[in-house]
Each structure stands twice: as C-alpha cells, then as structure tokens.
Write a protein that binds this ligand. Structure first.
Ligand SMILES: Cc1cc2nc3c(=O)[nH]c(=O)nc-3n(C[C@H](O)[C@H](O)[C@H](O)COP(=O)(O)OP(=O)(O)OC[C@H]3O[C@@H](n4cnc5c(N)ncnc54)[C@H](O)[C@@H]3O)c2cc1C
Length: 460
C-alpha cells in the first residue's frame, strides 16, 4: 500500500503486537507533529491504511494494522488542570502515568483507572476502560465532558455527550467511547476528576477459602466501598481468593507523621512490592507455587491498611516487561462480562481453564454497575472475570470457543481491548448496538481509512 505522507512526516517501520505478544505485524509508525499534519495525513490516506495507537496495552490486535500504518499521538501532550471545576484537559498521547504526577499533588485522582497506568488518554477513551470502581463510577467514558476528534474525512469534530450540540454529534461521541479508534483519531479530551485530600487508600483485605463465599462478599462490598477487586486462585478447585476493597483516605485520618505531605505521589518508590511474579517462564508448577504464596501472603482479614496509589491500583507496573514470561507464543486474556443471573459462568470458566491445563496467575474478578450509552462499551451490570493464559496451551481455543457460546447465551460479551481471537459472529451476537455503531462509523469515515486487525477480524 502506498501512503502519501504530508511534508515533514517521517515513517519508521516496526514490528508491532499487543500486550499479549501474539500476532506480530510489520507496520509503519507515524507521529504527526501537529493537528494540521494529522488532518492532512488522514485526508490523503487511502482506505484501510491507518489506525491510532497509544501505548499498546490492549492485549490483542486493536492497535495494529498489518502492512499499513499506525498513528502515535506523542506530540499531543498538553495537560491543563482546572481545579475549580475538578476537570482536566489532556492531549490524547498523555499517559495516565504523566497525569497522575500532575493531578495527585494538586488534590485530584483519575475518575477511572485500569490495572496499569501505562495507557494513554486516547486509548482509555477508545476502549472505554473500567477500573475497580465500575459499580460506583461507571467506566472512563462516563466522565468525559468533551473530546476533539479528527474523523475519516480529516475534519476536526468537537464532540460532547449531551448538551447544546446536535443529536447526531451526541451519537458520534458515544460511537467513539469504546469505538476502538475506528470513528477517528482522538486528539484531546476534557474529563472530570475525583477530588482527594490524601494520596493514600484505606484498604480492607479479606481471604476466602471458597469462591461462592467470596462472590457473596463482593456483592455485599458493592454498597460499602468505592473500589473492590478479587484475585482468584485459578488452580484451586474450590476457587479460594483474596478480596481487596478500598476508598480514598481523608487526610484528617492520617497519622501525624503522614500529614506533612498527604498528597505525595512517587510511584517508583512506592511500587517496591514484594516480587509479584513467579520467576522464569511460566508453567503449571511455577503458577501453583506462586498462587499458594500469594494466597498465604494475604491476611485472613485486615482493615484500614493505608496503601499508596501504585501498589493498590497498578501493582504489575512495578515489574517491567512482565508480559515476556509467557515465552515466544505470547498469551491472551479471556475477559467476559455477564449479568448477575449468569454468575455460575465464573466457576464454570475457571473449571474449564483448569481442565485444559491453562494455569493463570492473574485471575481477577470484579463487579460491574450500569452500562453507559457507549455503543460498543463493554461493561454491563453483573460480573467480569479476566484470566491471563498462555497462548501455547493445546486445546485452549476449543475450550474458549465453547465458553464464548455460554457467555453469549447468558447475555454476556467479551472485552474488545483484551480480545485476540473471537470472531465477528460472536461480536454481532453480543453487542446489540453494533449495527447502529457501524452506521455511524460509515458516516464518520465513509472511505474506511481507519481500520485495524481487530476490526477486520470482528467488526467488518
Ligand atoms: C496490565 C494491564 C492491566 C489492564 N487492566 C485493565 C483494566 O483494569 N480495565 C480495563 O478496562 N482495561 C485494562 N487493560 C487494558 C487497557 O486499559 C486498554 O487496552 C487500553 O485501551 C490501553 O491503552 P493504550 O493507550 O495502550 O492503547 P492501545 O492499546 O495502543 O490502543 C487501544 C485502542 O485504542 C485506540 N486508540 C489509541 N489511541 C487513540 C486515539 N488517540 N484516538 C482514537 N483511538 C485511539 C487504538 O486504535 C486501539 O483500538 C489492562 C492492560 C494491561 C496491560
């Protein structure tokens, strides 16, 4: 494919993958230096030639396009905090890591953060990411007040979720929230923040020997805590696990020794958690040993422990390149959301993964609250289970295809940002507003300039 680049824009050919390191592709990486250059690039580009890429933390093939080009928004780095309205305006290339360094010392926290701070504002909006507070605060898109997007015509659009703009523009906004970069390239967004008086989280930890009791405790925790997440021992037939719940600690509740600088934020120093991962390449034995140690390390019950932001929200960020421990075949994450009535799919999935011999050290269960109007947004009220598994496990795909059937039949769906294997039929069956989204995508990008390997696999 021949791409005509605007003057001054250079391309670098790279091998790209998602975080799971499956499906490597060769693509050109373009970093427009200005809005005008980005608009010109899109205006002149042929069909199916471009997709935006953030920090490549989606697991599968969402931020890549084989033998074509990806756009990195590294030049779009503005951060403008408005303390009076508790909002921030940030360039799409700004990472959550950068944002936290600015906003925490000023007394604010992100409205929603995924389990890593190495994501960009553009990537967070395009995937409509969720955190440990979905049951209270919804997903990232719930907090976006407005965004600037260059659509597939090369036009700059100023989109809001509601208010004075037209119904069509509201629809374009909600097609972009969770739209996986396929409605245009986001260049900037304004979103609300959570005011905080300290950078510490007051954390309650509880250990459970049994999945059913753990899940009952999670439902109970919905109404008591802003943040809640459970780690489950995927190899234990009883499904033992550790539930961690928390809230921002008010500065007045800190010890006098901590009150000197209650908003201090230093993720490097604070991420010195005990070694989080099994050493060497993963196998069933190392995962079993790790899960045993991880479960035993957790207290049976501990309340009001003060934890810093990094170990509470982003524990894996302390370990560089941990995605390499799965070896050259890479790994995938199976993450589904199902309604409360299909809670049985949690033990059922763990049992199916155990049966096929897919050991997972990272198996995480969360509660979801109401969905937002994002047409392709993933969360729905109920449960979400995420399990990392090596892509090299024989028979894994057959088991996951069978589980897909059960998830779809139960009214659930898989998360596009984590997916690397589902097919279009599954997406058509489980995302009820897909056709509406496809119509808006065609309107915003009629030549189909923006495309991705994920889109070709699932959304075509
Ligand atoms: C350790 C780990 C933990 C995670 N935990 C969670 C979690 O708890 N909750 C959760 O929701 N997700 C989680 N994720 C997934 C991650 O939050 C999302 O995949 C997020 O989209 C990654 O952001 P990114 O900037 O790396 O984007 P990329 O992965 O590079 O891109 C993701 C999508 O965003 C699009 N995109 C990127 N920039 C733009 C832009 N400027 N304009 C338009 N589209 C754009 C891309 O085209 C692509 O479709 C986790 C990932 C990892 C590795």
């Amino acid at each position: 494919m021949t791409l005509l680049f605007p003057p001054g824009l250079t391309a670098e050919t790279q091998t790209l993958t998602g975080w799971g390191r499956t499906r490597p592709v060769s693509a050109q990486v373009l970093r427009p230096a200005s809005l005008e250059q980005l608009q010109e690039l899109i205006r002149e580009a042929p069909p199916r030639s471009l997709i935006a890429r953030g920090l490549g933390r989606s697991y599968g093939d969402a931020a890549q396009l084989r033998d074509a080009a990806v756009i990195e928004l590294t030049a779009f780095q503005r951060i403008s905090l408005d303390p009076a309205t508790a909002t921030v305006t940030a360039g799409a290339g700004v990472s959550f890591n950068q944002l936290l360094r600015e906003i925490v010392p000023a007394g604010f926290f992100l409205p929603v953060t995924p389990g890593t701070r190495n994501v960009t504002v553009g990537g967070a909006i395009a995937a409509d990411v969720h955190g440990k507070n979905h049951h209270i605060d919804g997903s990232f898109g719930n907090h976006v007040r407005g965004l600037l997007l260059v659509d597939g015509h090369g036009h700059l659009r100023d989109l809001q979720p509601g208010g004075d703009s037209s119904a069509e523009e509201h629809a374009m906004f909600w097609a972009t929230i969770g739209g996986m970069g396929l409605t245009g390239v986001i260049v900037e967004a304004t979103f609300s923040l959570i005011p905080i008086t300290s950078s510490l989280i007051s954390v309650d930890t509880m250990r459970f020997q049994d999945l059913e009791v753990l899940m009952a405790a999670m439902v109970e925790a919905d109404s008591h805590y802003r943040y809640s997440v459970a780690w489950v021992d995927s190899l234990d037939p009883r499904g033992r696990g550790v539930l961690t719940c928390g809230d921002h600690a008010p500065a007045v509740q800190l010890d006098p020794s901590q009150q000197g600088d209650p908003l201090a934020y230093d993720p490097k120093a604070l991420a010195s958690a005990p070694p989080f991962l099994p050493g060497g390449l993963l196998n069933k034995l190392t995962v079993r040993a790790f899960n045993e140690a991880w479960f035993r390390k957790a207290p049976k019950r501990r309340v009001k422990e003060l934890q810093a932001i990094a170990p509470f929200f982003h524990p894996l960020d302390g370990v560089q390149d941990w995605n390499r421990i799965y070896g050259p075949a890479g790994f995938l994450q199976y993450q589904f959301a199902v309604p409360d009535g299909a809670a049985h799919l949690v033990p059922r999935t763990l049992e199916a993964l155990r049966r096929v011999g897919a050991p997972s050290f990272l198996t995480v269960l969360k509660r979801f609250g109401p969905s937002n109007p994002g047409l392709l947004s993933f969360p729905m009220p109920g449960w979400t289970l995420a399990a990392d598994v090596s892509a090299a496990v024989p028979g894994l795909l057959d088991v996951l295809n069978q589980l897909d059937e059960e998830v779809a039949a139960a009214g659930g769906r898989l998360y596009l940002a984590k997916d690397s294997r589902q097919l279009g039929a599954m997406v058509r069956r489980t995302y009820p507003r897909l056709e509406e989204w496809q119509r808006l995508r065609a309107q915003m990008d009629p030549r189909g300039v923006l495309d991705s390997d994920l889109a070709q696999r699932t959304l075509a």
